[in-house]
Design a protein around this ligand. Structure first.
Ligand SMILES: Nc1ncnc2c1ncn2[C@@H]1O[C@H](COP(=O)(O)OP(=O)(O)OP(=O)(O)O)[C@@H](O)[C@H]1O
Ligand SMILES: O=C(O)C1=C[C@@H](O)[C@@H](O)[C@H](O)C1
Ligand SMILES: [Mg+2]
Length: 191
């Protein structure tokens, strides 16, 4: 059955704006910390898919990867994202790989207003180096791994409805940029 929530010109801008807002992008770009502040500013509820997986499984993301592997994590992530997309009026921070997984990508693209937070390499490295809890970066050369992830993933993140460039500076600046991008957003003619 056709998804009536697909982003087409028949959707009024009001209906598109009332979709869940989903933040996607690489580890460390600020999806969680910026998302929380954006939700507050827009008077929406905030959810983080990684935190929801941790709550539901009673494990940390790193523990989940260790015990069940990445494929099981991606499956759990898809289910969590699908459930969160039923919530009205939310901002959702997704895990860095959610929009890369084809089924989760499709869900997000058809039911949310997807915003790619695009960071430069050095900003991302500086931010991820503050915590060593990210399983994909527990490798001998995390800089090389991050470069690979950027190359593999950026063309996919670029399919988001909106791209917002994130640079050094306070979270509030990124929130302001996202709000301006949302105000300027128009439903594309070709869906
Ligand atoms: N202007 C800023 N915007 C976003 N994050 C910032 C900013 N300044 C500092 N940070 C910090 O960068 C770190 C990473 O942010 P955060 O955890 O929100 O990233 P994330 O995109 O959710 O990553 P992950 O995909 O691993 O969940 C945090 O310590 C956050 O406080
Ligand atoms: O970029 C990724 O693939 C990931 C990012 C984190 O948010 C977690 O979802 C997990 O560490 C995987
Ligand atoms: Mg996060």
């Amino acid at each position: 059955m056709a998804d009536t929530r697909a982003l087409t010109p028949e959707n009024t801008i009001e209906s598109v704006r009332s979709r869940p807002i989903a933040l996607v992008g690489l580890m460390g770009v600020g999806k969680t910390t910026v998302g929380r502040r954006l939700a507050k500013s827009l008077e929406r509820d905030f959810f983080d898919s990684d935190e929801e997986i941790e709550r539901a499984s009673g494990r940390t993301v790193a523990g989940y990867f260790r015990d069940h592997g990445e494929a099981a994590f991606r499956d759990g992530e898809r289910r969590v994202v699908e459930r969160l997309l039923m919530e009205p009026n939310i901002v959702m921070a997704t895990g860095g790989g959610a929009f890369i997984h084809p089924e989760t990508h499709e869900l997000l693209k058809s039911r949310a207003l997807v915003i790619w937070l695009k960071g430069d390499f050095e900003t991302l490295m500086e931010r991820v180096s503050r915590k060593n809890t990210r399983p994909l970066l527990q490798v001998p050369d995390p800089r090389a791994r991050m470069r690979e992830l950027m190359e593999e993933r950026e063309p996919i993140y670029a399919r988001a409805h909106i791209t917002v460039t994130v640079a050094k500076g306070p979270h509030t600046r990124t929130v302001g940029r996202i709000e301006r991008a949302l105000d300027a957003y128009e439903v594309p003619k070709n869906g």
